[in-house]
Design a protein around this ligand. Structure first.
Ligand SMILES: *Cc1c(COP(=O)(O)O)cnc(C)c1O
Length: 372
């Protein structure tokens, strides 16, 4: 069986270091926040070239706090894409603000910069681009529009640890960048985790307080806060794993180039690296052209065929957020975002993780080509 991600292989490759870090943490009894989390904040912010890191319990919490720190709340609008994981949109709604969708560019799968301005109203307060699959959104035009309309830019970099835009690490380009350490992400905890990074000391201070009940100091609550603190054990684990992230990212990039070559002659549309981007391949998503003869997307048939050959794949994401029942009240309908809708019918994510072998990739490619 070729899994979609292999968390066990990665753990076994660093088992001794992880086990010893966990045991030390247990002995320290710094179960929540503490020195390991503090060091992780410094080291991860450093890795992203940002001044401050605020560790939290999930990537969703990082997005929520970033929006709150930027002063976003009821009556405000935040521009983002419907072709993302639902958390991006949920975080906006948690603040009381309204998500306003802009379609994706069909090549990069990130926000279409040419459609942002027409979505701006008097209520717009922020743009929330998503660096989907590990590739950067086109940040320069986004920042330029944000400057002109006085909007905050919050990056959803949950899939983009170490990715770059024109040589600059993602998350440090907008006002605040948000990361997830969900186990399957490029940098994954052994449980839940997330981080917001920023160069703005006021945003940093606000997020530090908000994640810990809005306390200025113990039992002095100056803000209505949350319990969004990171566990000490995740801090200790992530510090070990951060030392490997560059090697793992380079391995992902090599695997992607290998897939590119193995699948070059197939009828699939392969991922395109934009000229401004260091793509870190959280996901290697191919696009399967829709079949003519059948209403069943050919993508689903390919996934089924691979499953029968014991090759696991993923779909990121099968339903865009504007068509999810939970968000029907936003008032969007089928046809509103054609590129997001087409992508959700056609994308298929192939196995991708640092420990993936060349033999496994060859087997995947053979099975894909034989199934088309
Ligand atoms: C994973 C993810 C999130 C949420 O992160 P959690 O840690 O699971 O809360 C947000 N946005 C995107 C694009 C993601 O992939």
């Amino acid at each position: 069986m070729i899994p979609f991600v292999d968390l066990k292989a990665q753990y076994l490759s660093i088992k001794d270091e992880i086990d010893s870090a966990v045991l030390q943490l247990l002995a320290s009894t710094q179960f929540i926040l503490g020195n390991e989390v503090k060091s992780l904040e410094e080291e991860f912010a450093d890795y992203c070239n940002a001044d401050y890191g605020i560790a939290v319990n999930t990537g969703t919490s990082a997005l929520h706090l970033a929006l709150l720190a930027a002063g976003i709340g009821a009556g405000d609008e935040v521009i983002t894409v419907p072709f993302t994981f639902v958390a991006t949109v949920a975080a906006i709604i948690y603040t009381g603000a309204t998500p306003v969708f802009v379609d994706i560019d069909p090549i990069s799968y990130t926000i279409d910069i040419n459609q942002i301005e027409k979505a701006i109203t008097d209520r717009t307060k922020a743009i929330l681009p998503v660096h989907l699959y590990g590739q950067s959104a086109d940040m320069e035009p986004i920042l330029e529009i944000a400057r002109r309309y006085n909007l905050t830019v919050i990056e959803d970099a949950a899939q983009a640890h170490g990715a770059e835009y024109k040589g600059q690490r993602l998350g440090s380009i907008g006002d605040i960048g948000c990361f997830s350490f969900y186990p399957g992400k490029n940098l994954g905890a052994y449980g839940e985790g997330g981080m917001a990074i920023t160069n703005n000391p006021e945003y940093a201070r606000t997020m530090q307080m908000l994640r810990d009940w809005g306390q200025e100091r113990r039992y002095h609550h100056v803000l209505k806060g949350y319990n969004y603190r990171m566990d000490g054990i995740q801090g200790a684990i992530l510090r070990v794993k951060l030392r490997y992230i560059e090697a793992w990212t380079e391995a992902r990039i090599t695997h992607a180039a290998n897939y590119d070559q193995l699948l070059a002659k197939s009828s699939l549309t392969l991922p395109r690296v934009m000229p401004y981007s260091r793509h870190v391949y959280h996901v290697y998503a191919v696009r399967v052209p829709v079949g003519h003869a059948t209403r069943t997307p050919q993508r689903d048939a390919l996934q089924q065929s691979l499953q029968e050959q014991e090759i696991q794949t993923g779909i990121h994401y099968p339903i865009p957020v504007h068509l999810q029942p939970a968000y029907a009240d936003l008032g969007y309908k089928l046809g509103d975002f054609p590129h997001s809708e087409a992508a959700s019918r056609e994308v298929l994510s192939l196995p991708m993780y640092a420990e993936l072998t060349t033999e496994a990739q060859t087997q995947v490619a053979k099975a894909v080509i034989a199934s088309l």
